[in-house]
Write a protein that binds this ligand. Structure first.
Ligand code: HEM
Length: 206
């Protein structure tokens, strides 16, 4: 696993302060169904992704998303991966996180999930946004008691298909959280892309 050349490349690692900020925000965000929020928000931005899970892109509804077992499972995978990655930061070499991300990239190649660079970028943006928002929401305690991100929106709040992406008054995202998560996700996505592309090229040659 992970014959990624990242191990031989000098990369800017995360500082202790950045790791602390990532851990702190994640501890708060993960209690708010963050995997689901990330995936739902991703599909809201790229309805075509829903087709991978058997939902026609023109039939994406909140109920349809809630009831899709495949989506729940995928949300669980995303959250589980991020939990492991964040848990490893500061305790294991960063190369172990790269290896996991690299492997995920390879898996998506074999599952036929054909991500272009643009789609990985959306995934990165959405993850940063959603973690920062959930962490801020958790701090302010404005989420519904079950952490579904499904609180009823009032007229002052921007209406969006899934509610979870609406700005929550009094729960402004912390820019430091966003910067640190952006750094982490840049590293993770880079390895996912590399894993995917290396596998694609290897298959091309064979
Ligand atoms: C950290 C992020 C992610 C992780 C850890 C992850 C993990 C996985 C794993 C382990 C599988 C293989 C499941 C199996 O073969 O049983 C998989 C499949 C898949 N993933 Fe992801 N994934 C991530 C991001 C995404 C994103 C952003 C999408 C975009 C929609 C996506 C779409 C899919 C699809 C469509 C499959 C195939 C499902 C199937 O064949 O049933 N994944 N993912």
């Amino acid at each position: 696993m992970g014959k990624s050349n990242s191990k031989n490349t000098v990369v800017a690692e995360l500082s202790i302060e950045e790791i602390a900020a990532i851990r702190d925000s994640w501890t708060r965000a993960k209690n708010y169904n963050i995997g689901k929020k990330i995936l739902f928000s991703l599909i809201e931005k790229r309805p075509k992704f829903a087709e991978y899970f058997g939902i026609p892109s023109d039939a994406v509804t909140f109920d349809g998303m809630q009831n899709s077992r495949e989506l729940q499972l995928q949300a669980h995978r995303i959250q589980g991966f991020l939990d492991t990655a964040v848990g490893a930061l500061g305790y294991c070499p960063i190369s172990s996180v790269y290896d996991m991300a690299h492997r995920i990239g390879q898996i998506h190649f074999y599952r036929g999930v054909n991500f272009g660079a643009d789609n990985w970028l959306v995934f990165k943006r959405v993850t940063v946004e959603q973690v920062a928002e959930a962490a801020a929401t958790s701090r302010n305690g404005t989420e519904d008691s079950e952490g579904n991100g499904l609180k009823t929106l009032n007229d002052n709040e921007e209406s969006s298909l899934f509610g979870s992406v609406a700005p929550i008054i009094g729960a402004r995202r912390d820019p430091v959280t966003e910067i640190c998560w952006n750094r982490l996700m840049t590293l993770i996505i880079r390895e996912m892309k590399r894993g995917f592309l290396e596998e694609a090229m290897r298959n091309c040659k064979e």
